[in-house]
Design a protein around this ligand. Sequence first.
Ligand code: ADP
Ligand SMILES: O=C(O)[C@@H](O)C(=O)COP(=O)(O)O
Length: 418
Amino acid sequence: MTTILGCIADDFTGATDLAGLLARSGVKVNLRIGIPDTPPTDTAAFEVIALKSRTAPVDDAVAQTRSALKWLQSAGATRFFWKYCSTFDSTPTGNIGPVAEALMHDLGTAQTIYCPAFPENGRSIFMGNLFVGETPLSESPMRDHPLTPMRDSNLMRLLAPQVTKPVGLANRLTVARGADALRARLAELATQGIAHVVIDAVANDDLYIIADACRDMPLMTGGSAVVMPLPALYLADGTLSADAPRATTPDLAPQTVLLSGSCSAMTRAQVTAYPGPKHRLDPLDLAQNGPTAALDWLKSIDLTQKPLFYATAEPDAVRAAQSQLGTAQAGEIVEHALSKIATTARDFGARRFIVAGGETSGAVTQSLGITRLTIGHEIAPGVPWCFATSAGHPIAITLKSGNFGAETFFSDAIQALK
Ligand SMILES: Nc1ncnc2c1ncn2[C@@H]1O[C@H](COP(=O)(O)OP(=O)(O)O)[C@@H](O)[C@H]1O
Ligand SMILES: O=C(O)[C@@H](O)C(=O)COP(=O)(O)O
């Protein structure tokens, strides 16, 4: 069917987050890993392309996104969404602003919006300032993110150095007055030449108003949550027909493997809370011996017991590994080991994969040779089960952002897929 909304996400967990929120409507959502090298076929009303561009060089991120835009246009899309992290992960040089300006240029549009709010996961925006729970972004753990340390909470100040055109705000007082008031504010800002408008949102009700006001813009940008209301809006006015194909859950063997390379505080708690069998990966041991011990353990265990392989470690241990191996090298060694475990587990019959961490998800997805995902039901806000094919086998896979999910996430994921 013709694509109604074409979405481009800057990382894999972000893409499944976005696709999961769109799929809440029950409408089919396709997720493509990277830009497909063939013309669109079997397209859905909502198409999401997952890039790995969040921390890529600006020119590379812009080029990748423009190619993704072209593919989505050839699928019939006329409205587009640029998805970045709900914590606005970026630096003064990009990539959020430069990519948005390139998309605006290609779409011939003079204004777009920025709304990374995700109230269900504690991300809210008030007077242009982003909060993580009750904490300003710049005082949250994102302050010390290794690649994109967020040392300011004000989205206008964060965005301004990334773009060439003026930045403005539509604040919560306007949003609270409804979609017409917000449209009027956007028009007023447009007459002042404001190209980039940050919009406040502290609750889901705000997102419904924003989506309603902005639904026909050629380009919207934000975290995942601001597009969540769009399917219902498109169904209500007939843009999307009610008989759009729905996602179905395939029958899958119970063999399961869990793989965690995220070291976030939430993932550490989730690994600790997991009651199933666990095997720890030590980057220093992996550097010396490769994943031999992990693979031996994998061979010895019945995959219906749902073993967890984790490199997840406390900050001191991570720093120690990084100082001995180098930061990039430590990460690569772990990602390589988890990828090898994933493909071996698949060859031993695993058909359900639970993966924690953005970079880790990219590595595991690529090693499994996945190019396309269909989105199923959510396990936690922003973390859906997805369905794909790997080496000819139907599989289920979930890609969890480091920060998302409850402490019981791993058990929740197992329970959620019967
Ligand atoms: N014990 C460890 N020591 C050093 N690096 C690690 C360790 N465990 C995991 N890593 C690496 O840390 C990175 C975690 O990033 P990622 O998977 O994106 O998680 P998150 O989504 O929480 O940021 C990966 O590159 C992973 O390989
Ligand atoms: O918007 C979000 O917070 C997530 O969708 C996301 O992008 C998470 O990124 P990682 O924490 O790097 O997985």
